[in-house]
Design a protein around this ligand. Structure first.
Ligand SMILES: C[S@@+](CC[C@H](N)C(=O)[O-])C[C@H]1O[C@@H](n2cnc3c(N)ncnc32)[C@H](O)[C@@H]1O
Length: 206
């Protein structure tokens, strides 16, 4: 479960936070991701924030659903995107097994402590239909740190993120790390990963 200080930040600053992130473009990776998703498929956006990516996916003809722990952000995202948005925790996703064709987790899994991550990834695997497509992005680096807003972030190196995703039953299709700029506080570079859920057969679990 995401810690209280992090959640408090999103609850208390939802309007400003949504405004500050709604214009950020995820277009490049969104296009690469959606190319792998069955046309018109269902996509769960885990930690959907402002609803920016829900709107983009809806515009591309998919059926996106948002999940966010922050009630305030969920209201904003639902209004902005006209998509269904559920308030809930991705470590206990309130959805039945095999509910979605794809999952999108942009900058959200990084708010879990590393020991909570397997729980969330197991939930992603559970709610995806094989061969569900899964996008995740986290900050590149080491350890867990609070930013000046009090939000807790957990950082990963690229190989570590690959191991985490593969250990949860996914095959990694693409793994990229953006450039870090260590001269600017908080500009750590992003690891982005597109993976595919392995099936239930012995052959696919290899
Ligand atoms: C850094 S923001 C990213 C928002 C959006 N995905 C984006 O890329 O702009 C992290 C989001 O994850 C949500 N979040 C954090 N922990 C969560 C959890 N355990 N379950 C669901 N949502 C969570 C926060 O409320 C927030 O909206």
């Amino acid at each position: 479960m995401t810690d209280n200080n992090t959640l408090r930040f999103y609850e208390e600053n939802a309007v400003d936070y949504a405004r500050s992130t709604s214009g950020r473009s995820m277009d490049d990776v969104l296009v690469r991701f959606t190319k792998l998703v069955v046309s018109g498929g269902s996509v769960i956006d885990l930690g959907c924030g402002s609803g920016r990516d829900l709107s983009a996916m809806l515009g591309l003809g998919f059926r996106p659903v948002g999940l966010d722990l922050s009630r305030q952000l969920a209201v904003i995202a639902a209004k902005a995107s006209a998509c269904p948005v559920v308030v809930g925790d991705m470590t206990q996703a309130p959805f039945a097994d095999c509910s979605f064709d794809a999952a999108w987790a942009s900058a959200s899994l990084l708010h879990l402590r590393p020991n909570e991550l397997p729980l969330a990834l197991a939930e992603v695997a559970r709610i995806l239909k094989p061969p569900g497509v899964f996008f995740s992005s986290v900050k590149a680096g080491q350890g867990s740190h609070r930013d000046t807003d009090g939000r807790l972030f957990s950082y990963y190196e690229e190989d570590e993120w690959r191991d985490r995703i593969e250990s949860a039953g996914f095959a990694v299709l693409e793994l990229r790390t953006g450039r870090r700029d260590r001269t600017r506080l908080g500009n750590d570079g992003w690891i982005s990963c597109i993976a595919k859920r392995k099936g239930f057969s012995k052959e696919e679990r290899k």
